[in-house]
Design a protein around this ligand. Sequence first.
Ligand code: GLU
Length: 467
Amino acid sequence: MSTRTRFAPSPTGYLHIGGARTALFSWLYARKHGGTFILRIEDTDLERSTVESVNAILEGMTWLGLEYDEGPFYQTHRFDRYKEIIQTLLDTGHAYRCYCSKEELEVLRAEQMANKLKPRYDGRCRHRSEPREGVEPVIRFRNPDEGEVVIDDCVKGRVVVKNGELDDLIIARSDGSPTYNLSVVVDDLDMRVTHVIRGDDHLNNTPRQINILKALGAELPRYAHVPMILGADGARLSKRHGAVSVMQYRDEGYLPEAVLNYLVRLGWSHGDQEVFSIDEMIELFDVQHINHSASTFNPDKLLWLNHHYLMHGDPLHVAHHLRWHLGQMGVDPTDGPDPVEVVKAQRERNKNLVDMAQSSLFFYRDFETYDEKAARKNLTEQSAPLLQSLTERLQSVPAWRTEYLHAAVEATAEAAGVKLGAVAQPLRVAVTGTSVSPPIDITLELLGREKTLARITRALQFTAKKD
Ligand code: GLU
């Protein structure tokens, strides 16, 4: 039987780091086994589900490159099918209508609490044959009384739950709508899911889901419950630990492959290897090696990986992402050097694409003002004649290429009897507005003749005005 996995988010917010990791694990497992990865949108909670969230989840999956082979399926489109299964369960005696009122259930609960018993439905409607006037019943699954449910979880190992501890779960509300556990079971069954990989916050639901599957005579999938992600303080990862939305990482200048690499290592390991290409992840990933305990989110490591991928990634690919960030900053990347060359020049000193784009803006548009400190130090009476004589040399370089540009700066310094930096640094401030940029010859080559000369002129005017 071929492997079929699914990612089943509830669209009540953005795609968060934890969800993305679950999606990645499911995707990897399907890819590794040449199987099928399904996306299912669990939107039955009509009050909390939104179209915006669905779009945010789809956008996140696309950005990460987690392509699904089937779906997205929407649970709200499958209500008829859920009703059909509910009817089957009623017909076969695996479910019954429950007419208990809210008040009655509250009394039951209070009694159990008073007797120090775990509050649970006692099945009193199991044998009720007469409807109650004016009460729209819910439908409950008739959980077996005897025996136990054994889950051989790929991550948690063997988990055994006694049936006596499970009560009769509501599978349809009084308006007929199916509840969460019912729709998950029907979908996993219909979609022939072989491996349910999900957060361990769902482990409690699993014995109930297994009992419903058994009642339907279905074959059981394998389960892998993935431990949660914690912040550095040991609390469950949340907004206060920083970005938790995948798209926020895009916005903050991360590459998708860095996020994927980070996520795969968050709760899974292969020896002490840290860097994994997608192909390696697919080859090496195994649910059996998912960590048994929670993992701690480490933003520094993610940043380290991001820098790694900026440094070693194909510049063509990195440039694709840099263009997007330049666009976000209102820059047209065709108004200046090829972003591929900018990536090569900038990647060493920038750990994320926002910084890279920010520090490359000067290539594409004139800056408004000089960095104050840099200008005060470098655009001075002393540097003006140097820039002036450099201009003449630059105007006559045989070609606008690093070797000639470098020679022009060097010759200017030599002629004036000053160090290279005494020319290069004022030049840098003149053309970039700041005191940091790639090596000056590369900076000039990328900036181009026209912009370079115009900016030196502007710097000289600035210096003249200042005095
Ligand atoms: N919809 C559930 C959630 O977002 C996941 C259900 C499942 O994976 O079985 O938490």
